[in-house]
Design a protein around this ligand. Structure first.
Ligand SMILES: C[S@@+](CC[C@H](N)C(=O)[O-])C[C@H]1O[C@@H](n2cnc3c(N)ncnc32)[C@H](O)[C@@H]1O
Length: 206
């Protein structure tokens, strides 16, 4: 893929807003859902927490358009959806220290060995998330792929700016137990899931 600036110039990507608070029409804590799919989680999160700005980032345009349509239908003013390649574009979309929380719900497993580099949670991505988080901000991940959970736990565990938290308590108490589309399917089919939660150490630099 070309860098975001080149894709914008050639009309293949939308330009991101220069200032998210302005794009939302107000400053508010920003939560970013990475790989939102059809947006079940992000939409419900925005509905339940009107005091948050919720940003859904998703590669597939059709899901981004669906999220926008549903937000408009339900008059949710506190959610925005943007089509992008998170791997490549995330650092250009958000300012360091500007994000209150990231959710990564059922990231694609990319089973084939030659595709492992496309997996979202790799040490370089963990370092970037750490930079983008505000002090005290969180990262929450859920997956039904044990190998991905192990890999992510290793990558997050190695990040000095992040400290682990109790993921089940975080899921229930802070995220209200809201499930993504895949999360709902796992629950329905009895497929076990693993959760991870980390917080940016309050003293860590933005
Ligand atoms: C398995 S689905 C999970 C969707 C949703 N989070 C859920 O739990 O139902 C993974 C999603 O991540 C998106 N995705 C994967 N890699 C991405 C990337 N590099 N940038 C943006 N979106 C990506 C895919 O298009 C897909 O919608």
């Amino acid at each position: 893929l070309l860098p975001l600036s080149r894709r914008i110039a050639s009309g293949q990507a939308e330009p991101p807003p220069a200032d998210w608070a302005e794009a939302f029409g107000r400053p508010a804590p920003l939560e970013v859902d990475l790989g939102s799919g059809r947006g079940a989680y992000a939409l419900e999160r925005a509905r339940r927490e009107p005091g948050l700005n919720v940003l859904a980032l998703e590669a597939r345009h059709k899901w981004v358009q669906l999220i926008r349509r549903l937000a408009e239908r339900d008059r949710l003013g506190n959610i925005r959806a943007l089509a992008c390649d998170i791997q490549q574009d995330l650092g250009a979309l958000l300012a360091p220290g500007s994000v209150q929380g990231f959710t990564i719900l059922h990231p694609d497993p990319w089973w084939k060995k030659r595709h492992h580099k496309r997996r979202l949670v790799r040490p370089s991505m963990v370092a970037l998330l750490g930079d983008l988080l505000a002090p005290g901000g969180f990262v929450f991940l859920q997956t039904d792929v044990p190998q991905l959970a192990d890999e992510a736990a290793e990558a997050f565990g190695a990040a000095r700016s992040l400290e682990p938290m109790d993921p089940e308590a975080w899921f229930v108490e802070r995220l209200g137990g809201v499930l993504s589309h895949r999360g709902q399917r796992c629950r329905k089919l009895g497929i076990p899931v693993r959760r991870l939660a980390y917080r940016k150490r309050p003293g860590a630099r933005p």
